[in-house]
Ligand binder design. Structure first.
Ligand code: GLV
Ligand code: MN
Ligand code: MN
Length: 425
C-alpha cells in the first residue's frame, strides 16, 4: 500500500450502515429548494433558497441529536461529540450552494452524505475518541461575489475580514449588507489556526468522466489543481452604430472578444495538458443593438495542476490583452480576484480510506481534482483528502448532473468508516 501513515491507525471494525433511502430522500428534498424549476438547481449565497436550505439542514442535524453552531460568515458546524472533546476534531463537509442552473449533487452529496455518515456512527452506538464535525461551507461557488470558497478561505485566512468587507455582488450590494442577522458576529473570528482540526476529508462527485468510464467505485484524490480568476474591464468609446465609421471606433466589446480568444490560445499553448481557461462572464454596455459598446467586463477562470505553467500563461494573457487594447485604443483594467496554489492531499488519510475501500470490497484509484473544492483551503489548516464518486458522463454544473444511489451509498459508507478510524487516532 502506498503512503502508509507514520503511526498507522487501527481500522474501525464497527460495521457502519448509513441509511441510504433516508439520504436519497433528503437529496431529493434539497433539490426542490431552488430558484429555478426542476431539474435545474440554483441556490445562490444568502438568497431565500440558500437560507431555507441552511435552516432545513440544521433541523435535520438537531433531530439527529447533533450539536450545531455557525460562524460569522455563515459556515455551519454540526458536531458528533467524541469521548475526548479536548482533542482537535476530525472534520468532513462540502457546500450546498449551487450555481445558476446547476444539478442536485455537486457539494450536496458531501454535506448530506456527511450528515448520514455522522448519524450512522451515532446510531452504531460507538463513541469516537475525537469529535467528528460536519462543515457546510459558505459560498463554495463564486456566483455572488466572484470568488469561490469564501467560507473555507476565511477559515484558512487567505482572505481577511477587511478584504471580505470590500466584496460586492453584481448589483453593488456588499457582503456586510447581505449578511443575515444570525451571522452578524466579528468576521475576523472566522479564521482558524492550523491544527484546529486533526484531519479533513470531503466526499464529492468526480465532476469528470474517469471513474464512470473505468467502472471504478471510488476516486482517492491526491492533488487539487491551482485555480486563478481575474476580472478585466475594457473602456472604449461609444457612439451611434450607424454614424461612426469602422476606422474611427474604439469598441470595448471587440477588445474583450479578442482577449477571450487570447485566453483560449494561452491555455492551448501552455505546454501543460492540464491547463484550462474559461471566459464565463461577459457584460457589455450600454447593451443596445444600435450603440457601439463603450464598456465591457469579463471574468476569466484559469487553472492548472502545474503552478508554473499556469502563472506563465497568466503573464501571456496579460501581455496579449495590453497589446490588443493599445491597438484598439481601449483602456484596460486588470483585477486579480484570486490566484491559489494547488493542494497536495494527505497520504495518511488516503491510506486509511484506501484500506477501508478494500475491506468494503470497493474498487478505487488515485486521481487529481481539476475542480476546486473547500478542501483546497482546509489543506492549509490540517491534513486533508477527498473521496470522489462517479457521476454520469462526468457532467456537472448542469441540470442533468447525476450520481447513482449505489455510488452515493458507497461514498457515504466509505466516508463514515474513514471518519471513525481517523477519530480514533
Ligand atoms: C467549483 O465549483 C469549481 O468551479 O471548481
Ligand atoms: Mn460547483
Ligand atoms: Mn462542489
Amino acid at each position: 500500500m502506498r503512503g502508509l501513515p507514520q503511526a498507522p491507525c487501527h481500522l474501525t471494525s464497527v460495521p457502519l450502515l448509513p441509511n441510504i433511502p433516508r439520504l436519497l430522500d433528503e437529496l431529493a428534498h434539497l433539490a426542490t429548494i431552488s430558484a429555478h424549476p426542476a431539474p435545474a438547481v440554483t441556490r445562490v449565497l444568502f438568497s431565500e433558497e440558500d437560507l431555507t436550505a441552511r435552516a432545513w439542514l440544521l433541523t435535520l442535524a438537531e433531530n439527529a441529536g447533533l450539536r450545531t453552531r455557525s460562524d460569522s460568515i455563515g459556515n455551519l458546524f454540526i458536531t458528533l461529540p467524541g469521548s475526548d472533546p479536548s482533542l482537535p476534531a476530525v472534520a468532513t463537509g462540502s457546500h450546498t450552494d449551487a450555481i445558476p442552473n446547476a444539478g442536485a449533487y455537486d457539494g450536496v452529496v458531501g454535506v448530506l452524505g456527511g450528515l448520514e455518515a455522522l448519524r450512522s456512527i451515532a446510531e452504531s452506538g460507538e463513541t469516537p475518541r475525537r469529535s467528528i464535525e460536519l462543515i457546510m461551507f459558505t459560498a463554495e461557488e463564486p456566483t455572488r461575489f466572484g470568488i469561490g470558497c469564501l467560507g473555507s478561505r476565511m477559515m484558512a485566512g487567505t482572505i481577511t475580514a477587511d478584504e471580505a468587507r470590500q466584496l460586492r455582488d453584481p448589483n453593488g450590494i456588499s457582503l456586510e449588507q447581505l449578511r443575515p442577522p444570525q451571522y452578524s458576529g466579528d468576521l475576523a473570528a472566522t479564521r482558524l489556526t492550523p491544527g484546529s482540526y486533526s484531519h479533513f476529508i470531503e466526499l464529492h462527485i468526480e465532476q469528470g468522466p474517469h471513474l464512470e468510464a473505468a467502472g471504478i467505485d471510488i476516486g482517492l484524490v491526491e492533488k487539487i489543481a491551482a485555480p486563478a480568476a481575474f476580472r478585466l474591464t475594457f473602456t472604449g468609446t461609444g457612439g451611434h452604430a450607424g454614424a461612426v465609421l469602422m476606422p474611427g471606433r474604439h469598441d470595448a466589446f471587440l477588445a474583450a472578444a479578442e482577449t477571450a480568444l487570447a485566453v483560449e490560445t494561452a491555455a492551448l499553448e501552455s505546454g501543460s495538458p492540464d491547463t484550462v481557461g474559461t471566459t464565463g462572464v461577459i457584460e457589455v454596455k450600454p447593451g443596445a443593438i444600435n450603440s457601439i459598446p463603450c464598456h465591457a467586463l469579463m471574468e476569466i477562470d484559469f487553472r492548472d495542476t502545474d503552478l508554473a505553467a499556469r502563472d506563465a500563461a497568466l503573464i501571456r494573457i496579460r501581455q496579449s490583452a495590453e497589446t490588443i487594447c493599445e491597438r484598439r485604443g481601449v483602456q484596460l483594467d486588470w483585477f486579480l480576484i484570486n490566484s491559489d496554489p494547488p493542494a497536495l492531499c494527505s497520504q495518511e488519510i488516503l491510506a486509511v480510506a484506501e484500506t477501508h475501500t478494500t475491506d468494503l470490497s470497493y474498487t478505487s484509484t488515485r486521481l487529481i481534482s481539476r475542480a476546486y473544492h473547500d478542501s483546497l483551503f482546509m489543506a492549509r489548516l490540517c491534513p486533508t483528502a477527498m473521496i470522489f464518486i462517479p457521476c454520469l458522463n462526468g457532467w456537472s454544473h448542469r441540470p442533468d448532473e447525476f450520481s447513482s444511489p449505489q455510488a452515493i451509498a458507497k461514498g457515504t459508507t466509505l466516508l463514515a468508516h474513514t471518519l471513525l478510524t481517523l477519530a480514533a487516532s
